[in-house]
Design a protein around this ligand. Structure first.
Ligand code: XMP
Length: 520
C-alpha cells in the first residue's frame, strides 16, 4: 500500500500559526494528513487528493477583507465530513449562508469555557464530564447567525456559537482551537472527528517503512545514490532506510570538518560502517576547514566558509566515486509545508543556516527525500523501527557548523580541544544526573577571554567557558534549563579540575528570544 492508498485527510491552511499542530494531533491518531494552502486547493486538486475528510484551519484574516481566503465551493459537495476551526468556522458559515460579524467588543483571546447544550453530538463524546470545558479562543470576528441546517452544541460567554454542527451533512464548526494544548480535551475532539469520518488509523511507522522502501526502489531503479551523512538523526535515518531499500547502490559521505565533539566522528563512522555495513566515505577534511577558518572571528563569515567548503568537498568526493544519479536528503515535512504567509516581505536573516541546499542544482542530481512526509518525532519513531540505538535517536540536535559556532572569536585547535573536553564532562554530568532527556540541547561554549584564577598556590590565567542548556519544543523559542545550584557547582568543579585550560565556568540563563540557542 502506498501513501496515496491510505485514507487521507486534507487540512486547508488559512494561515494560522498553529496549523501544523492540527497535523500533529491527527498523526498521533495514525491518520495520514497533508496541509495545503487554501490558494493551492482547486477543484481539480480536490478531485485528485480525494480526501476522506477535510479540516479548515484558523487564520488571521477576516471574511470581510477583500480577497479573503476561501476554499473552493466544491469542497462542500464532496460528501465528506468537514471540521472548521476558528477562521475555518467563519468561512464555513459565510459560504453556507450564515452570518459573520466584525468583532466589536466580542473578541476573545486566550482561555475560555464552553458549556454544553442539551443535544448530544458524536464529536463531543467524552466532553463535558465536568459541566464545562476549557478551550483556547483567538478570534476577532464572530459568527452571529449560523447557516441553515446547523444546530448549536456548545456556547461560551463571548461565542454563542462555540460549537455548531450540521449532522446530516457531517459539517462541524468550532470557534476555539482544539489542536492546542490549552484546550486540554482538544485531542479527544480530533479523535472523535476522525472516528466518525471512518479513518482506520493505519498510518503506522511499520507500514510507512515498507511503503517508503518500495517507493525508493521505484524511484531509483538501478541508479546510484549519494548521501551526505552528518550523524544527525535525520540524515542517519534517511541513510539507513535508503540502504535497506537499495543496498550498495547507496554511498554515504561523512564530511569531517574537524569541528565535531569528542569521539563523535569515530562513533558515527564506526556505527554505520560496522553495525549497518553501509558504504561510507570518511572525508577527513579538518586541515582544509580549520585552515580556511584561521583568523576568522565574524560569525556569518565562519558560517559561509563552512557551508561553501562543505559543498566543494562533497562534490569532489562524488566526482571521485564516479558521480551519482540521485542525492539523498533528510528533508522533513515542516521544511516542505508551504505555509500561507500574510506578513509579506522578506524576513531578516538572523543566521545563515548551514545546509546542503545548494547541492542539487550545482550537481544536477535528482533528490531522494524519504522523510518529506514526516515530523521530527515520526522520524525518531522510524529510526527506532529501523533498529537505530535509542541513545542515538534521542541525541540533542547538533548544528551543521559544529563547534565553530560555540567558539566565539577566532577558532584555534587548542581552543577546540579544550572545548571538546569541557563539553564531554558537562554532558557526562547531565547524563549521570538523569537530566539528558529533559533538555532540548546542552553544550559548552568556550569564551574568547582568559581570566585569572588560583589553583593550589599557583596563579592561573586560562579560558572561561559558558554552559548552555535549554528546553524547547522546536528550537524556535527556548528557555534556560533550571539546574540546581548543587548541579552547577559540582559541574563547574569537575570542569575546572578535569579540563586543563579552563579556570572559570559560567551558566548562560538567556532565553530565546532575545538570545539564540547557539552563541553565534
Ligand atoms: P539558534 O542558535 O538559531 O538555533 O537559536 C536553533 C537550533 O538550530 C540549530 N542550528 C543549526 N542547525 N545548521 C543546523 O543544522 C545550522 O547552521 C544551525 N545553526 C543553528 C541550533 O543548534 C539549535 O538547535
Amino acid at each position: 500500500m502506498s501513501t496515496s492508498e491510505h485514507d487521507r485527510l486534507l487540512i486547508i491552511d488559512f494561515g494560522s500559526q498553529v496549523t501544523q499542530l492540527i497535523a500533529r494531533r491527527l498523526r498521533e491518531l495514525n491518520v495520514y494528513c497533508e496541509i495545503h494552502p487554501f490558494n493551492m486547493v482547486t477543484d481539480a486538486f480536490l478531485r485528485d487528493f480525494a480526501p476522506k475528510a477535510v479540516i479548515f484551519s484558523g487564520g488571521p484574516s477576516s471574511v470581510f477583507a477583500e480577497g479573503a481566503p476561501m476554499p473552493p465551493k466544491s469542497v462542500f459537495d464532496l460528501g465528506v465530513p468537514i471540521l472548521g476551526i476558528c477562521y475555518g468556522q467563519q468561512v464555513m458559515m459565510h459560504c453556507l449562508g450564515g452570518k459573520v460579524e466584525r468583532g466589536h467588543g466580542t473578541a476573545e483571546f486566550g482561555r475560555a469555557y464552553v458549556t454544553p447544550e442539551a443535544r448530544r453530538l458524536a464529536l463531543l463524546e467524552g466532553w463535558f464530564a465536568a459541566d464545562r470545558e476549557q478551550v483556547w479562543m483567538s478570534h476577532g470576528d464572530h459568527v452571529s447567525e449560523i447557516a441553515p441546517g446547523f444546530d448549536v452544541y456548545g456556547t461560551s460567554p463571548n461565542a454563542p456559537f462555540a460549537i455548531t454542527a450540521d449532522i446530516d451533512r457531517n459539517f462541524y464548526a468550532v470557534q476555539f482551537h482544539p489542536e492546542v494544548h490549552h484546550t486540554p480535551n482538544g485531542a479527544k475532539l480530533c479523535e472523535n472527528f476522525v472516528r466518525l469520518a471512518g479513518f482506520k488509523g493505519d498510518w503506522t511507522m511499520g507500514a510507512y517503512r515498507e511503503e517508503a522502501i518500495q517507493r525508493i526502489r521505484d524511484q531509483v531503479g538501478d541508479g546510484k545514490v549519494i548521501c551526505a551523512l552528518s550523524g544527525g538523526v535525520d540524515s542517519s535515518v534517511a541513510a539507513v532506510l535508503i540502504h535497506e531499500a537499495i543496498g550498495a547502490q547507496l554511498t554515504c559521505v561523512y564530511v569531517d570538518h574537524g569541528l565535531m565533539r569528542k569521539g563523535e566522528s569515530a562513533q558515527v563512522v564506526g556505527m554505520f560502517r560496522e553495525h549497518y555495513n553501509l558504504p561510507l566515505i570518511h572525508a577527513d577534511e579538518s586541515d582544509l576547514f580549520l585552515g580556511k577558518l584561521e583568523g576568522v572571528s565574524d560569525p556569518e563569515t565562519k558560517r559561509k566558509i563552512i557551508g561553501g567548503l562543505f559543498i566543494d568537498v562533497f562534490e569532489r568526493h562524488a566526482r571521485e566515486m564516479g558521480g551519482a544519479d540521485f542525492l539523498a536528503q533528510g528533508t522533513l515535512y515542516p521544511d516542505v509545508i508551504e505555509s500561507v504567509s500574510f506578513s509579506g516581505g522578506p524576513s531578516v536573516t538572523i543566521k545563515s543556516h548551514h545546509n546542503v541546499g545548494g547541492l542539487p542544482e550545482r550537481m544536477n542530481m535528482q533528490l531522494v527525500e524519504p522523510l518529506r512526509e514526516l515530523f521530527k518525532d515520526e522520524v525518531r519513531a522510524l529510526g527506532r523501527e529501523l533498529g537505530l540505538p535509542p541513545s542515538f535517536i534521542g541525541r540533542h540536535p547538533f548544528p551543521g557548523p559544529g563547534l565553530a559556532i560555540r567558539c566565539p572569536g577566532e577558532i584555534t585547535r587548542e581552543k577546540l580541544d579544550i572545548l571538546r573536553e569541557a563539553d564531554a564532562v558537562y554532558i557526562d554530568q547531565i547524563r549521570k544526573h538523569g537530566l539528558y532527556d529533559d533538555i532540548w540541547q546542552a553544550f559548552v561554549a568556550i569564551l574568547p577571554v582568559r581570566t585569572v584564577g588560583v589553583m593550589g598556590d599557583y596563579r592561573t590565567y586560562d579560558y572561561a567557558c559558558a554552559l548552555r542548556a535549554v528546553t524547547s519544543v522546536d528550537g524556535m523559542t527556548a528557555d534556560y534549563f533550571p539546574f540546581s545550584h548543587e548541579f552547577l557547582g559540582e559541574t563547574a568543579t569537575r570542569i575546572i579540575n578535569e579540563v586543563p585550560g579552563i579556570n572559570r565556568v559560567t551558566y548562560d540563563i538567556t532565553s530565546k528570544p532575545p538570545g539564540t540557542i547557539e552563541w553565534e
